[in-house]
Design a protein around this ligand. Structure first.
Ligand SMILES: [Mn+2]
Length: 363
């Protein structure tokens, strides 16, 4: 065992070895030996130097995102790193934020954001993208990025390219990567930034129910002391819009049990947000393994599936049951189907979907 691991309990020694394994790919052995083993994060001094080399006093920077909590937190962190090193640094989003907790985050953590437009782009000299890659959204296309920092896998057909490129698909949250940079640069995040980063990790790892790395857990623990608990609680508790609640009445009135799952239909809706809200809500019922919630929007039948990721692969389930009449698919624990209303041939939508869920069910 490495001499720095001596004198630790068996658990401590194991953690130490993990810590060595986690940082080794990034650091040469020489650097590693010189560093104290209890540092919570990898040493990014070399990368930070390369990053700083891009910043010039006269440049105006724009950080572009597809706004969700992890992306907004990452953008805030990069803005904090750039602040006072460049002429200006601002954030722009390509999407419209509708989720109530995301809206609460923008409001309580005071995150100023532009909407990305061609006119806005003209006002800036340099561009960065965080928690996403240029090929992920048409809004990012044609922008000459100097910085790309992301944790989504690289699409071999559209590999990202920039003078400064950091892609770490092994990280549960992009915020973790930014925390490592802040830590290396000895920038202690203020309350609002810390709370944003904490919420970013919390949502992207689904409270550590989704895949994460030890680095995510370490970052979460590190931030714990720096956040504003009451602001965090306000954001976390902003789960539902008041106008969604009548849908709950409709959903409960038309609830069907389909083996280990629950199905309901709420009829005409403006967008699929209430479907997601109800599908997630029903998943909290004891012993419910999966849920399907259907609504009709813009001439299409939309079905949202949520599940435990174990009982059945919902992506396959959705395509098996609805792939022949529309587009259907997704992941093990979340899936979606969209079917032209004509496929129901004038029949009642609630029962059209119910029959299909039942008839060809394998379980
Ligand atoms: Mn993310």
């Amino acid at each position: 065992m490495n001499s720095m691991g001596k004198g630790l309990s068996p658990r401590g020694a194991a953690l130490f070895q993990n810590c060595i394994a986690a940082v080794k790919p990034r650091l040469g052995d020489r650097v590693l030996q010189a560093r104290h083993c209890m540092e919570p994060f990898s040493n990014l001094d070399t990368q930070a130097e390369r990053l700083f080399a891009l910043f010039r006093r006269e440049d105006r920077w724009l950080i572009t995102i597809n706004a969700d909590p992890d992306a907004m937190a990452s953008a805030m962190a990069l803005r904090r790193i750039m602040a006072r090193r460049v002429a200006a640094v601002e954030i722009a989003k390509v999407n419209v934020i509708t989720r109530p907790d995301n809206l609460a985050m923008v409001h309580y953590l005071r995150i100023p954001m532009h909407t990305l437009t061609p006119e806005l782009l003209k006002k800036f000299d340099c561009f960065a993208i965080v928690d996403s890659q240029p090929s992920h959204h048409p809004g990012f296309s044609g922008i000459n990025y100097s910085i790309i920092m992301d944790h989504h896998p690289i699409d071999p057909k559209n590999p990202p390219d920039a003078p400064f490129l950091e892609i770490h698909p092994e990280y549960g949250a992009n915020a973790t990567l930014l925390i490592e940079y802040l830590y290396s640069l000895r920038i202690r995040p203020g309350k609002l930034l810390a709370t944003a980063l904490f919420f970013g990790i919390k949502t992207d790892t689904m409270n550590f129910e989704r895949s994460f790395q030890e680095a995510d857990a370490r970052a979460y623990q590190y931030l714990g002391r720096l956040i504003d608990q009451s602001l965090l609680l306000r954001i976390v508790r902003s789960e539902y819009h008041l106008q969604w609640l009548p849908y709950l009445t409709l959903a409960l009135g038309r609830l069907h049990q389909v083996r280990s799952g629950l199905y309901t239909c709420i009829g005409e809706i403006e967008n699929s947000d209430p479907l997601v809200f109800i599908a997630d809500f029903l998943m909290r019922v004891h012993e419910v393994r999966w849920t399907a919630v259907c609504g009709v929007s813009e001439g299409k039948i939309v079905i949202i599936f949520r599940g435990d990721g174990i009982t059945r692969n919902l992506g396959a389930f959705a395509s098996q049951h609805f792939g022949d009449v529309g587009s259907a698919g997704g992941h093990k624990a979340m899936a979606r189907a969209e079917i032209p209303l004509e496929a129901a041939e004038g029949r009642n939508v609630e029962f059209f979907v119910y029959k299909r869920l039942n008839s060809r069910s394998k379980q």
